[in-house]
Write a protein that binds this ligand. Structure first.
Ligand code: FES
Length: 161
């Protein structure tokens, strides 16, 4: 299932962005082409927080020993090994399948890989008839979803203008 997890504007070029979604601690960044990437926020080498590292040439660089990872979680460079040696393939960070369009970032949540991009309201996308609203609630996301569903399905709920 696709889940909208971020606004595109939250993830800027050139710096990591830490987010917790669906019980996962994640780091987002943009590669050299501006494509959004995400890994589990813990380096597979010694568990340092990748979000405290840097974006270098479109890769995320761990702040501890400087390993560099691509968006698939592969180690691309290990400074102590130099550029001539191939990094070990067993050190792989968990990656996430993302889709970005209309200013929204979706994450694939569940088994396997998606067969199609997320559905969007085709009649709305050109009208910009949707908006974002930000508010932090210090509760479980399940309580927040439940609360909002109740507000919009309660029989006496009416919208006045
Ligand atoms: S902890 Fe990340 S490179 Fe060592």
């Amino acid at each position: 299932m696709w889940i909208a997890i971020l606004s595109s504007r939250e993830v800027k070029r050139g710096r990591p962005y830490r987010v917790q979604r669906m019980g996962e601690d994640m780091v987002f960044w943009r590669d050299g082409d501006g494509k959004i990437m995400a890994l589990r926020n813990y380096c597979p080498h010694r568990q340092a927080l990748l979000s405290q590292g840097k974006v270098v040439n479109g890769l995320i660089q761990c702040p501890y020993h400087g390993f560099e990872f691509d968006g698939a979680g592969n180690v691309v460079h290990v400074p102590a090994m130099g550029r001539s040696q191939k990094p070990p393939s067993y050190l792989k960070a968990k990656s996430y399948t993302l889709y970005e369009q209309y200013g929204i970032v979706w994450m694939w949540y569940g088994p396997g890989q998606p067969e199609a991009p997320p559905k969007f309201f085709d009649d709305l996308k050109d009208l910009e008839a949707y908006a974002e609203y930000w508010e932090t609630w210090n509760i479980s996301f399940l309580r927040a979803v439940e609360n909002q569903l109740m507000d919009f399905t309660y029989p006496s709920y009416t919208i006045t203008r």
